[in-house]
Design a protein around this ligand. Sequence first.
Ligand SMILES: *Cc1c(COP(=O)(O)O)cnc(C)c1O
Length: 465
Amino acid sequence: MSSLFRSLPSVDACLRWLEESFPSTPHSVLLECSRALLDELREDIRSGRVTDEAALSPSAVKPRLEALVARKDRPRLRRVINGAGVVVHTNLGRSVLAKEAQEAVRIAASGYSNLEFDLETGERGSRISLVEELLCSLTGAEAALVVNNNAAAVLLMLDTLCKGGEVLLSRGQLVEIGGSFRIPDVMERSGATLREVGTTNRTHLADYERALSENTRAVLWVHPSNYRIIGFHSSVPANELADFAHAHQLPMLEDLGSGSLMDFSRWGLHDEPTVPEVLRQGTDVVTFSGDKVLGGPQAGIIVGLKVYVDQMKKNQLLRALRCDKLTLAALEATLRLYRDPETARKAIPTVRRMSMDPAELRRRAEKLAALLSRELDGLAVCSLRDDFSRVGGGSFPEQGMPTTLVCVHPAKGSATHLKMRLLSTEPPVVGRLEGPYFQLDPRTMEDDDFADASRALKEALLRED
Ligand SMILES: *Cc1c(COP(=O)(O)O)cnc(C)c1O
């Protein structure tokens, strides 16, 4: 065993090899990797996993060392191909920004800007004013405010308008959405008390009536996100609830979750009111996410009556929740596209993907399948299958969008194995698994992704491990 320890390369020898192959990697990274691998080899000798000097020779150690540096030295946040067909995939970064928004981010990032500087007066300006006018004209609201995400928007709304008092909420809307956002917990943080109304499946106006007290500050409506009650159920329509709130001089507030500025019923997606529709129903303040169906950057957007939004603008909490210039740049550019619905539909990737024609998806699936069949000849068999894509982000949860999947059936090994290997290709590819098939949905892939996905699949199918 001691002769094995003596055969280990020195740290200096490791560094010499690495400095040649990785001339631009910081010395500290090379040193850390060399030490880590030598520690691992010592442990292997001690535990008897390595008993042969050949395993410690430069030709055996060098490739392992190089692989380790390559892995350690690359950025942790990487491009991933989304072949899963979930358009607003929270784990994969939700919305892809429009070209116009990418360009606005580049400009804001690469120089000074009038973020909080009024170019008309030469005095201090407000970062909110950059998008407020646009938000008001697109939604019909009197006032608007933007914070870091919708969770922050809900917190700010409740903290400003309901702190120390009670908020009426139907038990059917006491939801937890992904990433452990729970309405009751956010409510508690805000210092407002939740007053549960009705039952899980049925809530009537009389239930709200009974729950009223002198401590009631607001009526809240929460979009149930990816949760649905089916069967014997009823709830009070939002417009009736708004009338009820107003009759008692209370604001009607709504956490809409994935708010949209576009009516998607033309593309078979129903039953989600747009932000302007929600406001028209009489809701006084609406909050929604910037990076769900809207297709912009992560942000929490608050629109509604000026009397309420102005109070939120004065809340000290806003200082901690405000969003940065890159977000505002991307959001302004995205919202500008909505001034013409057809432009928004074509330019905003999330909206484009939600409104794709099934025939076009079929053609693109055929194109991808033809490419894969050529590239993976002998390694896998490709076929097509009609199925459904999903919107994701808690919107339109029960409604699939017709698509055509490309199914890859590996000649050797299982689809599960292939799926795992595709996580370590460059770029990684995320797809779906269905029995013996690994499936890709062209809806969430750009045509530019096809060649990369094909190379990654070939690499994964050829790899022996
Ligand atoms: C997504 C969602 C949220 C949280 O929004 P983030 O932008 O992720 O903070 C809150 N409420 C509902 C109903 C949602 O769907």
